[in-house]
Ligand binder design. Structure first.
Ligand code: SF4
Length: 349
């Protein structure tokens, strides 16, 4: 394995939490659920890629989180992690600019999780909306599931992250991390960075059935899909249900396919072309889909080409994950040293 060349330059912080780097730190994470889709690309990855030049970026494949529900089904986990790393790199995350790594390879997440878990009551955790929602929906009642938000908080504060890029609907998770860091600092003095939300634009990417695109709904266009797969899926995609024939006036504002045009057909000046043509009945859905298919496939072509190249180099992918883990561990160890010093549990110092 070669020398790490990332722009992340962690340095020892003699005291307090301000001095891990000259730049602010960002933590981003994703569960290894297998093939990523264009909803992940537009909603998260493109934001991360835009941030990697200006921040110390830690991009974490959160495999321990995926075990919360899938603890008894780990056969495919390694392959899912590998494919997620491939998709991240093919999309444009640059291992020379950010640390790309696997959560479970940095044991400091677990240590931080334990310590933060002491600072929150069971009652608070059971009252979190995500606990209530998912408990019955997924049939989960484990101790690990209850502590899931605390592990999320640990993932963030163990890197001294100042910001976490999320959309509005995920802001409550970051609130908890901020609250736990504050509590820690209240008891032990200023040690942990109190993370904040970095609100990012997360365009809603509808699936082929018009609902939110997701792996579990099976309505997604995967980054791994071929041009032919993509074409077949888009040909079946829902449009305005009232536009049954070409000449019927359509409503782009409620058409899920039009949302994809907004993401992939920007060069076509769609507000001047598709919108009036759809509304007047000049444009039919078949032709409209054809335009999107061409634009989307053209836009994804370089990513797909890179994906194929990367898939042929598994050792390179695992090396990148190892280098990322080295950078992540270096930072997490420094933060934990400060934590132990603050708690006076550094017994041998
Ligand atoms: S013409 Fe295009 S924008 Fe209009 S309803 Fe059909 S698919 Fe949607």
């Amino acid at each position: 394995m070669g020398k790490t060349s990332s722009k992340i330059k962690t340095k020892p912080a003699a005291s307090g939490h301000a001095g891990y780097s000259e730049r602010q730190t960002i933590l981003s994470g994703m569960q290894p659920t297998g093939a990523l889709h264009i909803g992940n690309l537009e909603g998260a990855l493109k934001n991360w890629i835009a941030l990697q030049d200006d921040y110390d970026m830690f991009c974490c494949i959160v495999d321990w989180h995926s075990l919360t529900a899938e603890y008894a089904n780990t056969t495919e986990l390694k392959a899912k992690i590998f494919h997620m790393a491939v998709d991240w790199l093919a999309s444009g995350l640059d291992p020379d600019k950010c640390a790309i790594f696997i959560q479970s390879e940095i044991k400091e997440h677990a240590e931080m999780h334990l310590l933060l878990s002491l600072l929150i009551s069971v009652r608070t955790l059971t009252r979190l909306p995500t606990y209530e929602e998912k408990k019955d929906e997924q049939g989960l009642d484990s101790y690990g599931f209850l502590g899931y938000p605390v592990l999320q908080a640990a993932d963030i504060v163990v890197y001294g992250a100042h910001k976490v890029p999320v959309g509005k609907d995920q802001s409550k998770h970051i609130w908890l991390a901020n609250d736990l860091a504050r509590r820690f600092n209240h008891y032990f003095g200023p040690t942990l960075v109190e993370p904040e939300i970095l609100l990012t634009k997360m365009p809603l990417i509808p699936g082929t059935d018009g609902k939110k695109m997701s792996k579990s709904a099976g309505n997604y266009i995967a980054l791994a899909d071929s041009e032919e797969d993509t074409t077949a899926k888009l040909k079946r995609m829902f449009t305005d249900p009232k536009k049954l024939r070409k000449n019927d006036p359509g409503r782009p504002e409620i058409c899920p396919l039009y949302k994809l045009h907004e993401a992939y057909s920007t060069a076509d000046n769609i507000t001047e072309t598709i919108v009036p043509q759809c509304k007047s009945g000049e444009l039919g859905c078949v032709e409209c889909k054809g335009r999107l298919i061409a634009n989307l496939n053209q836009s994804l072509a370089p990513l797909r080409e890179k994906r194929v190249e990367l898939l042929a180099k598994p050792d390179y992918i695992w090396d990148i994950l190892a280098k990322g883990a080295t950078l992540a561990r270096e930072r997490a160890c420094l933060v934990m040293e400060n934590v132990r010093r603050a708690m006076k549990t550094n017994y041998r110092d």
